[in-house]
Design a protein around this ligand. Structure first.
Ligand SMILES: NC(=O)c1ccc[n+]([C@@H]2O[C@H](COP(=O)([O-])OP(=O)(O)OC[C@H]3O[C@@H](n4cnc5c(N)ncnc54)[C@H](OP(=O)(O)O)[C@@H]3O)[C@@H](O)[C@H]2O)c1
Length: 335
């Protein structure tokens, strides 16, 4: 990869809500610049370009993917287009950071990684939570056996969303539902802490459009540990995570996926609370991880390798099967 003037050139596809926050953090990176943005609406692309001072803007994702100056593309479209948009970039020799969920099925995610690897290109799922200081602190505490043997995890993610059958949260065609949008975070946490479960139980309540409005999951592990996980678009829930062990407990304060505070309890007493502040929206850690991977010519991040994203989508798909989401014919839920 040629890094002109030493800076990595990013392109952004789908300048919506999350792309705006991501670009805010990206503009402060020492190693990178936002080179271009692409929207289906040229006026929107122009506005975003002016806001973040990009060299170019495009009215099609394809035109951005073909820009020879771009090193990496951030894909920030709704889930249902991640596969198509990422493949477009990879086929045009661009590395990709694609928002979560990387794909909507194991088959898609496998194909994306195969394409990237065969072309010697970096590809990562945009699970920024993996890189924030609180997650690093959690892993460090667990590595020192701070709470003994892990017995169970409890984590939820919920907010009340206004029902809009056309919006991406409730529209099946856009990959709607709580599980793919926010259930992915508690599932990811369970995967980081406990690995793959041996058994999964799940129940859901569906919205009028057939997407899951609420999903409760129970994971069982070989060593008898458990994970109790929830996601919902129906209510503002605590959105906290607790990891319970034989000698203590770790609490990741709300909202745990973007948390700046983690508390460690031992033998029923608070041992220490760590306040780990970050600037901006918290994407800078993910951005720097990607920049460093590109500078060091790595095709995947050691902190979020391809295998972890494959395990994650496999878990999500297993939950979907339990709540009978993929087959419309099978909905509503059996009694
Ligand atoms: N990391 C996080 O914390 C976080 C938070 C929220 C969301 N996300 C992820 O980021 C992705 C985007 O979420 P968002 O909330 O930013 O979504 P959004 O604002 O609704 O949409 C993002 C952009 O996607 C583009 N798009 C392309 N085809 C579309 C279609 N058929 N319908 C609607 N939009 C279309 C639009 O850009 P143009 O029309 O301008 O091309 C739109 O602005 C999701 O996959 C979500 O899971 C991540």
């Amino acid at each position: 990869m040629t890094l002109k003037r030493g800076k990595i050139k990013w392109g952004i596809i789908g300048p919506g809500k999350i792309a705006d926050k991501f670009a805010f953090d990206l503009q402060h990176s020492k190693n990178a610049v936002i080179h271009a943005v692409a929207s289906r609406d040229i006026e929107k692309a122009k506005r975003f370009s002016h806001k973040y001072n990009t060299a170019r803007y495009y009215d099609s994702y394809e035109a951005l993917a073909k820009d020879p100056e771009i090193n990496i593309v951030y894909v920030a479209t709704p889930h249902a287009f991640h596969f198509e948009n990422t493949m477009l970039c990879l086929r045009n020799a661009k590395a990709v950071l694609c928002e979560k969920p990387l794909g909507t099925s194991t088959q898609e995610v496998k194909r994306m990684f195969e394409e990237a690897t065969s072309r010697n290109l970096f590809l990562m799922e945009g699970l920024w939570t993996r890189f924030i200081p609180v997650t690093e602190k959690l892993l460090a505490l667990l590595n020192t056996n701070a709470i003994g043997d892990i017995q169970f995890i409890r984590a939820d993610f919920g907010f009340k969303a206004d029902f809009n059958p056309e919006g991406r949260l409730f529209n099946k065609k856009l990959g709607g539902g709580s599980l793919l949008d926010i259930g992915i975070y508690p599932i990811f946490l369970s995967l980081l802490v406990l690995g793959l479960p041996t058994h999964i139980k799940a129940m859901a309540r569906l919205s009028p459009t057939g997407t899951d409005n609420y999903c409760a999951m129970l994971f069982d592990y070989e060593n008898a540990a458990k994970a109790v996980l929830e996601s919902t678009l129906e209510s503002d829930t605590p959105t906290e995570a607790h990891i319970y062990g034989s000698r203590g407990m770790i609490k990741i304060h709300r909202r745990f996926h973007e948390s700046q505070k983690i508390s460690w309890y031992q033998n029923r007493a608070l041992k220490e609370t760590f306040v780990l502040k970050y600037e901006g929206y918290g994407f800078s850690y993910e951005i720097e991880e990607v920049n460093q991977c590109l500078i060091n010519k790595k095709l995947e991040s050691e902190k979020l390798p391809h295998g972890l994203s494959l395990a994650l989508i496999h878990l999500i798909e297993t939950v979907q099967e339990k709540i009978r989401l993929p087959g419309d014919k099978q909905n509503p839920l059996p009694s």
